[in-house]
Write a protein that binds this ligand. Structure first.
Ligand SMILES: [Zn+2]
Length: 211
């Protein structure tokens, strides 16, 4: 694996540690952390700070079982957690989101395929398969989109993204990700709102494909 150069912003790691991220983003963050030693260290620092605050409030003696209960509750929002097992290209949190099944690719046209792992009003998590040199349809966003590369690489107006790199695109970014030559690019994409396609045909297709 080449070195990861696009990481999780600190504020997002802090939100993840506090359990304040939408599920779709938490899956993407947990997956990146499971691939990235640097962000793992940063996350552990955030978690240690949260733990230290709790320890300081322990001036009144609390039973260890009560403390364990409090800690367990604090831990609860951390799901999905970074899991360091892998199955081929899929990090543990992606495997969990796939519920142990193999990818079920649906064609989007131009060789692009997707597999929606979860989708509801709060966001979606899906896998994208992009053939070499193929562009993902030009799109802008209603909200945030997190894209984590699992295989191959893609490039867009903002740079190049290889395995483990996380791109964060907001509504101000209109970008055209294109898979690099060589291997097909497989990504995990997490959104908190529907994408807004500019081209007419993709816009017509959007309700069908729930992009
Ligand atoms: Zn990182």
């Amino acid at each position: 694996m080449s070195a990861i150069t696009h990481h999780i912003p600190d504020a997002m790691l802090a939100a993840y540690a506090a359990g304040n991220l939408p599920h779709a983003f938490a899956v993407a963050v947990a997956s990146h952390v499971s691939l990235c030693a640097e962000c793992r260290v940063a996350l552990e620092a955030h978690q240690a700070v949260g733990g230290a605050v709790l320890e300081d409030t322990g001036a009144v003696a609390v039973s260890s079982s009560l403390k364990d209960n409090i800690l367990a509750q604090l831990d609860a929002p951390f799901t999905p957690e970074p899991v360091y097992e892998r199955n081929g290209i899929f990090p543990g949190p992606v495997m969990e989101a796939m519920n142990g099944r193999a990818p079920r690719w649906k064609k989007l046209g131009m060789g692009v395929r997707q597999d929606i792992l979860s989708a509801d009003a709060n966001g979606s998590v899906r896998l994208l398969y992009i053939p070499p040199r193929q562009a993902v349809p030009d799109h802008s966003h209603n909200g945030l989109e997190l894209t984590l590369v699992l295989q191959g690489s893609f490039s867009d107006e903002t740079g190049r993204f290889g395995v483990g790199d996380l791109e964060i695109a907001d509504e101000n970014l209109e970008h055209t990700p294109v898979a690099d030559p060589g291997e097909a690019c497989i990504c995990l994409a997490a959104t908190d709102a529907r994408l807004r396609f500019r081209a007419l045909v993709p816009r017509l297709l959007q309700p069908l494909f729930r992009i």
